[in-house]
Design a protein around this ligand. Structure first.
Ligand code: B12
Ligand code: SF4
Length: 461
């Protein structure tokens, strides 16, 4: 029987103030499919391990095939680790969002790159390996053949998501994940996805694995998995879909099924502002939704247009208030320093974001990910910063030094990194100021602060 070890090469950075930690669902899905085909599997999630512990764990299983997950922030780590394990297996395989977009750059180290959804492809790769057959018949891969890169024909998407076995969660260190969240928030949470694909084309977004066609699981199938997560002792479920509320029928179906089974579980999800309304928000609340996150991105319609987000500031404002009125906590993500932004638009975003009644507010700099329209624009207009700490723009790693605002400007922008970090710090102070002082007191002490820091921002380079 073939022995396969799957590796998730995410190591907690030394100076770490990020709060989200999620187990690798993709590898959980692949592990489950391999098991179904009688392959012996192990999964090494590096999230709570040191590099030495992770390498030792991989070797202990004596795998013939080692399969890595990789993405934009894990390119270097996945390649370095794979190189150190080269002699400990016969075949190195990689999959995930960045290998899907840029398979050739991974072939320097790996023997096979799986492009797109990996459940069926990985089973076929393992079967070919066992039979000693070549990989020419496996769809959806790029592989090395006598040192030459060979592209197999593409593989279609999984059509009936209900047929996929649930991710093998027994491989995740559920106790460590629970401890992580309970320590920070007082509750534990674990992810699942109810759909694959997103029909939108936001300028900065990279979604190469699941494509644009939206596919959903049945409500019964989804809620069966919710029950499995509850059975593992988690308090909440995180619907990690690109956009959980995209299809109203699906949202209503899942909510009704949770209520029908009398499940008492809290959950959180990502939503677009244009798919939120009173009826949906109320349904979600009744079914246990605690918090919804919106990708609002900018506080000006002009920049939302540049981002091809297909939403307006007014829609964003409405969605936040509708969700709040239904009793949901609301989180939102914003970006500052987008190519084409002005001082005024950055300040407009800061003002808009910090004026909303948000329970969670996150700001980021734009990250041009290969394969996105943003990446092409940046490449042709100014180029990337290469400084050995944060990647070349084509890959990115968590900054290794301590920083309150852990963001890295990866390209030559119209703003300095310092200036954009100042805007982020200012936004957070305004947000917390309003939240803890209340609107009345904030108007007295906060507004002069806003005016002063607006001027300071404009003077900065
Ligand atoms: C949850 C999530 C997170 C979580 C944790 C990630 C995790 N544990 O998976 C958090 C919030 C921490 C996070 C952070 C970030 N994320 Co994120 N995240 C996601 C999200 C929404 C869901 C991931 C998921 O569970 N997918 C579902 C599983 C089933 O899919 P999958 O992992 O892709 O696996 C399938 C295939 O890729 C393939 N496959 C995967 N691994 C392997 C391995 C082998 C051997 C094989 C054969 C196949 C294979 O088969 C799987 C099953 O079909 C995705 C969006 C998405 N739709 O995937 C973004 C996404 C992965 N994130 C992304 C980014 C950019 C980030 C950040 C860099 C954002 C930022 N600017 O800070 C950070 C990086 C953090 C870090 N330090 O590394 C990008 C990656 C883009 C890219 N081209 O690399 C995505 C695609 C979002 C996007 N649309 O832009 N993220
Ligand atoms: S940002 Fe969200 S809505 Fe836009 S393309 Fe990406 S997943 Fe779809």
């Amino acid at each position: 029987m073939v022995r396969v070890t799957l590796v998730y090469p995410f190591f907690k950075p030394m100076y770490d103030n990020s709060i989200f930690r999620f187990p690798p669902l993709g590898l959980g899905y692949i592990a489950a499919s391999l098991r179904k085909h009688d392959v012996e599997v192990d999964l090494v999630d590096c999230t709570f391990l040191t590099r030495e512990e992770a390498i030792a764990k991989v070797k202990r299983f004596k795998p013939q095939i080692i399969g890595f997950y990789s993405m934009f922030s894990m390119k270097k780590t996945s390649m370095d680790m794979a190189l150190s394990l080269r002699k400990d297996c016969d075949l190195l395989v990689v999959g995930g969002p960045l290998p899907t977009l840029d398979p050739l750059s991974y072939l320097d180290v790996f023997d096979v790159v799986v492009v797109g959804e990996g459940e069926e492809a990985m089973v076929e790769v393992a079967e070919c390996y066992e039979k000693g057959a070549d990989f020419s018949g496996v769809q959806g891969i790029v592989y090395k053949d006598n040192g030459e890169a060979k592209f197999a024909s593409p593989r279609g998407f999984v059509e009936d998501l209900d047929l996929l076995p649930f991710p093998s969660r027994d491989f995740f260190d559920n106790e460590a994940y629970k401890r992580h969240y309970v320590k920070r928030f007082g509750y534990s949470i674990s992810p699942l996805i109810t759909s694959r694909g997103c029909p939108f084309s936001c300028d900065f977004c990279s979604r190469p694995v699941f494509g644009q066609r939206f596919r959903v699981r049945s409500a019964v199938n989804v809620v069966d998995e919710v029950e499995e997560i509850v059975g593992l002792g988690y308090d909440r479920v995180w619907f990690a879909d690109d956009c959980f509320t995209l299809n109203r029928e699906q949202v209503v179906g899942v909510c009704d099924e949770v209520v029908r089974r009398g499940l008492r579980v809290g959950w959180e999800c990502l939503s677009r502002v244009d798919t939120m309304n009173r009826e949906v928000a109320a349904k979600m609340r009744v079914a246990g939704c605690v918090r919804v996150f919106f990708g609002i991105e900018s506080g000006t319609d002009r920049v939302l247009g540049l981002m091809r987000k297909q939403i307006t500031v007014e829609q964003a404002r409405k969605a936040v208030y509708v969700a709040k009125e239904a009793g949901l906590q609301v989180g939102a993500f914003f970006i500052v320093g987008y190519p084409g932004e002005s001082d005024e638009s950055v300040l407009g975003t800061v003002r808009f974001a910090s004026g909303l009644p948000l329970d969670y507010l996150s700001f980021t700099l734009p990250y041009p990910i290969p394969g996105t329209a943003l990446f092409e624009r940046v490449k042709n207009d100014g180029g990337f910063v290469v400084d050995g700490n944060g990647g070349s723009g084509e890959d990115w790693e968590e900054p290794k030094n301590w920083s309150l605002i852990r963001h890295k400007l990866l390209y030559h922008a119209g703003f300095s990194e310092r200036k954009l970090k100042f805007a982020i710090g200012k936004a957070q102070m305004q947000h917390y100021g309003r939240k803890y002082l209340g609107n009345k007191t904030y108007d007295v002490v906060g507004l002069p602060f806003e005016r002063l820091t607006d001027s300071a921002f404009k003077l900065m380079h």
